[in-house]
Every structure is written in C-alpha cells, then in structure tokens.
Design a protein around this ligand. Structure first.
Ligand code: IPM
Ligand code: MN
Length: 353
C-alpha cells in the first residue's frame, strides 16, 4: 500500500494562492509518479480573513496544524493591514508555537537564470543558510518607557540561549556533513561588537565543532558575509547564523540566485511539524494576474518532500526545474516578465516529471 501524507495548505494572501496551486500540481504529479499519496487540507488564514472576521490565527488551528506531516505556505501579508499584525500573529506565532527552530534557505543558481554577478556559474552559487528561527531579536523581549512622550525609550533585546544556539549549530554541522559538498561551515556573527551574544554563539560553535572533526570551520562577521556573498559566493557551503542576521543575509542571497522568484525556505522542527514557503511576500499588485513566478513555491514543495522522507521525489522536482530552465522557455525570473504565465511555468515543470 502506498504511503499517505497529510499536508496543511495555507495559500494566504495576494499571489500566495496562485503559486500554491502550481506547487500542489507539482507535488501531486510527482506523488503519482513515485507511488505515494498526499491529502491536502486547506486553511483560510491571512489578511483577507483577518479583515473579514477580525481573527488572526485561532489557537484551535495551531493545535490542528500540529497533527500534519507538513505545512505548505504561500504568502502572508495584506496592504490594508498594519505592518506587524500578521507577521507576528501568524508567521512568527507558527514558527514559535511549532518550535520550528531552524529556518533553512538554500541558495543556488539555476541554468539560464540571470544573476547580477553575471560571470558566476551555477557551480559557484550553491549554498544553504541555516538561520536560528525562534530567538534573538525576534523573541519580542523589550518594551517602551514613557511611550509617546519626548522622553520615550524603546528597548529591543536579543535573546540567545545556550540551548537554542547549540541545537541550531548542531543542526548546521549535521547538515554540512550530510550535504557532503565542501564540508565547510561558516559561522556568521558580529564578534567585534556584540561581545555577549556573538561570544555565546562562538563558544557553542567551537564546542560542537569538536564532534565534527571532518568539517572545516570558518567564521565571518555579518558585514563581511554580505560583501563576500556578492564577491565570492563560491566560498560558501553552509552558513549558520542568528535570526536577524539570517533574515538579512538570506534576502541578499536570494538576489544572487536570481531573485525572490526562485528562493524557497523551510521553517524546520526536526522532530515536529515543519512549514515550507517561498521567501517572497504576497506581491499584492500581481494578485489574480497569473504572472507570478511559482518556482520558489515549487522548490519549497521539494524541500517539504525531502523533509517528510520522499528524497527521490524532491530530487525529481529539482531536476524538472533545472530542465524547465535549461529549455530557455522561461525568459526571466521576475513576475510579468517570464514570457509564460504562472500556470504555464507549473505545466512546463510538470511536463519534465
Ligand atoms: C522572512 C520574513 C519574515 C521575517 C517577516 C515577514 C516577519 O522577512 O521570512 O524572512 O523577518 O522573518
Ligand atoms: Mn526576511
């Protein structure tokens, strides 16, 4: 009997539903080919629901989500909702409550994808960034003093626990070993200024490194990482970093791989329910136009299949994406400039499965 997986879908806002449709198409195609089944359950969560009902993310839904094999997310974000409400109320709440303590973001240059660093080849840009996903400046510690007066003080603290940092660093070492590319792990911090937080990271990194003698360890300050991601991306294999630095360098890295249209991410709880999403937002101005690039979402779908154990299907999808791009039929990674519609890009990739 073939295996059945239960996947929760959160298509969300803006162009989210359009890209998730293509992702579901690809996963269903690969499932048929490789003989497993996927039951998708749709959840109406996002800005549209919030504006209609005032509900952000009911606790009961969080409890339900804990029972799935994976969560496949399109995009959360609505132009009519004040910044912070949906981000904190949905995205960060899910990451924290499901303890998805790793944010995993692969960066690779596919064939025929234009990168601003034009002379780099596909083999020069192939790395993966491990971002701590439940602590740091995102933990929400801090507050106001004398709010709305001319003496206002705002404090936002970065929380770094030895437990949280160590499990993230250990995940990164394991991943570097499993990936077996250059066996190189770079810790990205800011030891020259953040003498407490980055020090804890460095000590945890050094201690865990003793268990992985085959891995080459490297350290770089976050500003230098930004510079080298552009200048010498081939230096990087796996990078591990805190929540905010990870947020920033993965946007930069997304650009060198050709933009948000190809950049996928996973919010991983290695022992629980993980959530996979395209890194870009809900692109409200393209909503309903069928012009958004679904490749990031399709890649996120491949990451989800890899995570639940369907390694061959994940590889099949990656190969199909490579072939679709090699065909030269997709003219650009940008919304509206692909020369094909969202649906046609999905169909093209499906045709190579
Ligand atoms: C990301 C996003 C989120 C983050 C926002 C939307 C809260 O930028 O997934 O990188 O900062 O983590
Ligand atoms: Mn971000």
């Amino acid at each position: 009997m073939s295996k059945i997986y239960k996947i929760a879908l959160i298509p969300g806002d803006g162009t989210g539903p359009e890209v998730i449709r293509e992702g579901v198409k690809i996963i269903s195609t690969v499932a048929k080919k490789n003989d497993f089944k996927v039951d998708f359950v749709n959840y109406d969560i996002g800005g549209t629901r919030y504006l209609k009902t005032g509900e952000i993310l009911p606790e009961i839904i969080v409890e339900e989500l804990k029972k799935f094999d994976g969560i496949y997310l399109g995009a959360i974000g609505h132009p009519d909702v004040k910044p912070g409400i949906l981000e904190k109320g949905i995205l960060l709440k899910l990451r924290f409550e499901l303890d998805q303590y790793i944010n995993l973001r692969p960066v690779k240059l596919y064939p025929n994808v234009e990168t601003p660093i034009k002379d780099k080849k596909t083999e020069d840009i192939d790395m993966i960034i491990v971002r701590e996903n439940t602590e740091g400046l995102y933990a929400g510690a801090g507050g106001f003093l004398r709010k709305d007066t001319s003496h206002e003080v705002a404090i936002q603290e970065s929380i770094n626990t030895r437990f949280g940092v160590e499990r993230c660093v250990r995940y990164a070492f394991e991943l570097t070993k499993k990936r077996a590319k250059n066996n190189k792990l770079t810790l990205c911090g800011k030891t020259n200024v953040l003498t407490y937080a980055s020090s804890l990271w460095q000590r945890a990194f050094n201690d865990v490194s003793k268990e992985y003698t085959q891995i080459k360890c490297d350290y770089a300050n976050v500003d230098a990482v930004c510079m080298w991601l552009i200048k010498n991306p081939e230096w990087f294999d796996v990078i591990v970093t805190d929540n905010l630095f990870g947020d920033i360098i993965t946007d930069l890295a997304a650009m060198i791989q050709g933009g948000m249209g190809v950049a996928a991410g996973g919010n991983i709880n290695p022992k629980g329910v993980s959530m996979f999403e395209p890194m870009g937002g809900s692109a409200p101005k393209y909503t309903g136009m069928n012009v958004i690039n679904p490749i990031a979402t399709i890649n996120a779908g491949a990451m989800m299949l890899e995570n639940i154990g369907e390694l061959k299907s994940a590889k099949d999808i990656d190969n199909a994406v490579v072939k679709a791009l090699e065909s030269g039929k997709i003219k650009s990674m940008s919304a509206g400039k692909m020369g094909l519609s969202t649906t046609e890009v999905g169909d093209l990739i499906a045709s190579y499965l």
